[in-house]
Design a protein around this ligand. Structure first.
Ligand code: AQP
Length: 356
């Protein structure tokens, strides 16, 4: 079996891509594309439809994610970029893997719990966390989960199919995806044990400093595009005024010192973001802003974010204006992954005895 170092990762085209998505995933991809034998980046539109999507908006968001990849520095000469639904092998392999997956494995996924908690919060605003988790367990035990779209339960298997289809060796993601990569590994090992060596067992690649960028309005929860308030995140397309307002409104910790410490989760998160977008080390930032006060520190962070995002947004708008060129890049990417996708699927089908 090939031991080529190949990375695969993707982002859902669900709008409001935020700085957490960029720092946790896309920024890593840009440097990794020069270090591996092959880099494949997918716009995972089949994942997006686990929640209801407006068709026209979904179509726009697919191109918008492709433009984001390119504007961030993914080079289509070095890496492959394509749209998931362009390759039917993803859904076909998913079905085979679904038949190897236990329901209990899917019910245990913390992402499912997070998504249920969010739905409960929307129905009962203001409910505290302990009550939410009690309600969630009650919903699950009383069978109220019958209203949860089955796709939300099953999508980790689709993610496993995405990864295993391409003999992926490494998956660069944020920490929230770690459990899904573990499931992918379990499914690959299970299949290999049952049918003989078939899949490469992939490793997660999670960069510690950006594994979990936290919400600006709640530094104990991850920054999230489906957060209740837009003050939770800095969107990649936020304008300068909005960025400044959101940063100035960001929650801080008690005290006044700007220091990286577990007792100061809000300041630590802001320092992390500042360091990543400016290229300045945390210790340098502590030295410069340590006793400047939170207000001055936040102003400087807003400046750094604006300085980083404005050139990105310029490139992004230019790319988005040329739909034809974006589609050409995506179609070329789909063609390039096709031989490997069909080879893996054919191997799997043969091993399990499908077809004639
Ligand atoms: N807060 C985060 N910090 C670091 N990395 C993050 N990622 C997401 N949030 C953070 C990483 O971004 C990549 C793409 O994620 P996705 O499009 O699949 O969205 P998601 O993981 O479901 O997270 P979102 O974007 O915030 O959406 P919701 O609101 O649905 O949770 C992944 O590599 C992810 O780890």
């Amino acid at each position: 079996m090939s031991t080529k170092r190949r990375i695969f990762s993707g982002v859902q085209p669900t709008g409001n891509l935020h700085i957490g998505n960029y720092l946790g995933a896309i920024k890593q991809w840009v440097s990794l594309q020069d270090q591996v034998d092959e880099a494949i980046f997918c716009v995972v539109d089949l994942h997006a439809i686990t929640t209801p999507q407006d068709p026209a908006e979904l179509r726009r968001n697919i191109l918008s994610i492709a433009a984001t990849y390119l504007a961030a520095g993914i080079d289509p000469e070095k890496s492959i970029i394509f749209v998931q639904s362009d390759r039917p092998e993803h859904s076909e392999l998913m079905w085979v893997l679904t038949c190897q997956t236990r329901l209990g494995e899917l019910m245990r996924m913390t992402q499912l719990k997070d998504k249920m908690d969010r739905a409960i919060k929307e129905v009962f605003p203001g409910t505290d966390d302990a009550t939410i988790s009690k309600l969630r367990e009650q919903f699950l035990s009383e069978g109220a989960h019958r209203d949860i779209p089955a796709g939300l339960l099953a999508y980790p298997v689709l993610m496993a199919a995405d990864i295993l289809l391409y003999n992926t060796t490494h998956v660069p993601v944020g920490e929230d995806q770690k459990q899904h990569i573990e499931l992918t590994r379990d499914l690959a090992i299970r299949f290999n044990n049952r049918y003989g060596e078939t899949f490469v067992v992939p490793e997660p690649m999670i960069k510690k400093s950006t594994a979990r960028i936290m919400g600006l309005d709640d530094p104990l929860k991850k920054m999230s595009k489906s957060a209740m308030s837009p003050n939770n995140y800095i969107a990649m397309t936020d304008d300068a005024d909005t960025i400044r307002k959101k940063v100035m409104r960001a929650v801080t910790d008690s005290g006044t010192e700007v220091v990286y410490s577990p007792e100061k989760p809000a300041i630590a998160n802001l320092l992390n973001i500042f360091s990543e977008v400016s290229g300045r080390s945390i210790s340098e930032l502590e030295e410069v802003y340590g006793s400047a006060g939170y207000g001055k520190f936040k102003e400087a962070l807003a400046d750094a974010l604006i300085q980083f995002l404005m050139p990105f947004q310029k490139k992004y708008s230019e790319l988005l204006a040329d739909e034809k060129q974006l589609k050409t890049v995506l179609q070329a990417g789909s063609k390039r992954v096709a031989p490997l996708a069909s080879e893996t699927l054919a191997k799997v089908q043969d091993k399990i005895g499908l077809g004639i």
